[in-house]
Design a protein around this ligand. Sequence first.
Ligand code: IMP
Length: 429
Amino acid sequence: MPSATVIGLQWGDEGKGKVIDALAREAQLVVRYQGGANAGHTVHADGKKYIFHLVPTGVLWPGVRSVIGPGVVVDAPALVGEIEELATQKVDVMKTLLVSDRAHVVFPYHKALDEAREGGRGGGKIGTTKRGIGPCYSDKSSRIGIRIVDLYDDRRFGELLRRNLDEKNAILKHLYGRAPLEFDPIREQYAEAATRLRSIVGDGPALVQQALAKGERVLFEGAQGAMLDLDHGTYPYVTSSSTLTDGVSAGAGVPPTASGRSLGVLKAYTTRVGEGPFPTEIPGEQGQKLREAGGEYGATTGRPRRTGWLDLVQLHYAVELSGTQALVLTKLDVLAGMGPLKVCVAYECRGKRIDRVPADIQMLEECRPVYEELPGFEGPIDKASFEKFPENAKRYIDYVEKKLGVSMSYISTGPERDAFIRRGAPQWP
Ligand code: IMP
């Protein structure tokens, strides 16, 4: 089956945008299946920079269609804004994008609750993007959410909005001491967004199924990363969706077998935004040096990312969970000149050496990395040929491949589109 799923193997921000754009060149359809406007996928093409939050990456290529699956939570006005912004960059997605009518909608009260919970006293801060993701998925699970399709039935939309707003306003006011939100402006804003989106709302899964049946190349685009997965990540410091390949089936509305080849993207080092344990975090000046070298600031929130060495314990866990068949390495060039390169091969925790990520978050917080050291390399990294890489850069790649037992099939060598090396047989993906 000519389909593939691209997911992040770390804590997000692995450079998936660049990878999806590169692979989409030879695809016919790109499908987002989870998350929402918390994602920020950056693509540098023809001297311009594009950041995708809800619109699937890959739409920059002529002839590539895209779907926002039912598993995505859609901030409708934000989507309209993103589509308009792309139009100013001469990218018209109104003819190529389909938004699933079953997708749930993010409302201002979700964002207000997200913000209130994050700002609340008594700890518990997750460091979310404050895009209302958690509260929207909670409503979906509680069966009180509002879906895109509901926006087109005035009466039903009004009733659902009233019920939700009454409940949320009570919580905002009494629990968090926040000002209540008004019904009318929200209703108007979302009705207007729904009108703008009307021509591109429909049955997303049907389109994906048709494309698969025709043997088209379908690319499923993961957002965030393995360690932010709701079930398998560093709970509660996770996002509220299934970020692994298993999310494809429910989130895109296709059978489990349809997700195709599993591609895992990893950065040559590790970063994380938000709170939560991070065993290989590099404190102080060296961490800052890596942050600056890699431009590690959030595409969605602008927050500085925490930086650290590569963590094979975490990566092994992610590879296993997502059945990774091919690795895609990004940002190797950033490690040039960083001196000897540390790679974490196990954790030391409460007097024991472990090689699995523990479920107990306090225990993970106490884990100390056991490092192996590899010689560093100086730049530059050749943009087009692996053979021309510095010997120690090749060694680093070989080492990671062997340790994870999966081939490094692609290497991204810079932000530009063509800085992308495919190793092995020239077949998609
Ligand atoms: P939420 O998804 O906004 O609820 O945030 C939950 C956690 O996931 C926080 O640690 C965020 O920083 C993180 N997160 C959410 N989206 C992304 C992303 O696209 N890249 C990296 N981290 C993310």
